[in-house]
Design a protein around this ligand. Structure first.
Ligand code: SF4
Ligand code: SF4
Length: 64
């Protein structure tokens, strides 16, 4: 589940929330929170994050 954004890297830009095709990400106190019910684990939020704040190994695991 690519729901964990590294708070040390995340800039709170909201790009992942904007690009999520399922609208599964809400910005809460400047940090993205994934709604696991809506998330289809497509990996888009991981790929588009400009700060590499999401776990890329999780993204690769999702693609394989
Ligand atoms: S993996 Fe896909 S559906 Fe899930 S939160 Fe990221 S962009 Fe949205
Ligand atoms: S795209 Fe990356 S840096 Fe921007 S809010 Fe999402 S996890 Fe944080």
């Amino acid at each position: 589940m690519p729901s964990a954004a590294d708070p040390k890297k995340c800039s709170g830009c909201g790009t992942c929330a904007d690009k999520c095709p399922e609208n599964a990400i809400d910005m809460v106190d400047g940090m993205p929170v994934v709604n696991n019910v809506l998330c289809i684990e497509c990996g888009v939020c991981v790929i588009i994050c400009p700060c590499q704040a999401r776990d890329i190994m999780e993204a690769i695991a999702l693609m394989t």
